[in-house]
Design a protein around this ligand. Sequence first.
Ligand code: AHM
Ligand code: MG
Length: 336
Amino acid sequence: HEADSHRTDLMTITRYVLNEQSRHPESRGDFTILLSHIVLGCKFVCTAVNKAGLAKLIGLAGETNVQGEEQKKLDVLSNEVFIKALVSSGRTCILVSEEDEEATIVEPSKRGRYCVVFDPLDGSSNIDCGVSIGTIFGIYMVKDGGEPTLDNVLQPGKNMLAAGYCMYGSSCTLVLSTGTGVNGFTLDPSLGEFILTHPNIKIPKKGKIYSVNEGNTKNWDAPTAKYVEKCKFPKDGSSPKSLRYIGSMVADVHRTLLYGGIFLYPADKKSPNGKLRVLYEVFPMSFLMEQAGGQAFTGKQRALDLVPKNIHERSPIFLGSYDDVEEIKALYAAEE
Ligand code: AHM
Ligand code: MG
């Protein structure tokens, strides 16, 4: 009757995190409060994304909404919602968003101990064709008192306390790690609650899929080119890997996490640091991969060891199944 008990004994994300926190007697419930504000942001964006097509049609009538304001673009709207939800939680002191050039330093009366780095709506160029997009976030804690400074967020990814993403897809899925494994929660729209549906996610040790923008092949460095060649023409008698590339990081990483394989956004001649941003794209996804038993590598080092010098810095990234990332590491090592 275990299945029955799952149906009536709902493990919501709040309940899950409260359980986790109760194992740390020093915890004052602050993290649970912070997370519930992030969850609120995700629910709002989920609703907005689902209505986007319709809102556009309505927008056509006058291009302005009832307040007489111009329709806000979804990524701008999402950013405002997250900033406001995080500030009002009273648990944050510094926020870094992909949408804002500068970090937000929370005013003293609303300050707490957490720093949140996030991409409110990643893959937003995919909105108009209905492809899955998502929010990515990472959480640090400030060391002690004093004025919050950028140094609080310019820390290696391994110092993150928690990381996660929410994918707005055929269902709305929130994947979270607080440093003790990875769990997936699915939004039950009738309850408005995220319910634990993917407990203790482990990425397969080796995968059958590679995921990369192959249109950039001509600009790749030798190890990346060799690796992709190996995926197509394996020399060890194994079958070639399948290629899947959505072009929306949350969706590509989510598939990699569940099915195994490797996701690559390498350096190329045009973008020597790749495209993806260290703080709110590379770090949270690398944190989740390691917590799920996979690896994340920059082409030079373990991704989570990287120390960013500025908040919007980029890095090449190779992440996914343990054995698959091991192969690309070997190719870069042979290069030196
Ligand atoms: P964005 O932050 O401007 O939305 O760009 C990030 C997205 C990722 O979701 C995705 O992995 C990548 O860009 C795809 O880039 P490309 O189109 O170069 O393959
Ligand atoms: Mg982005």
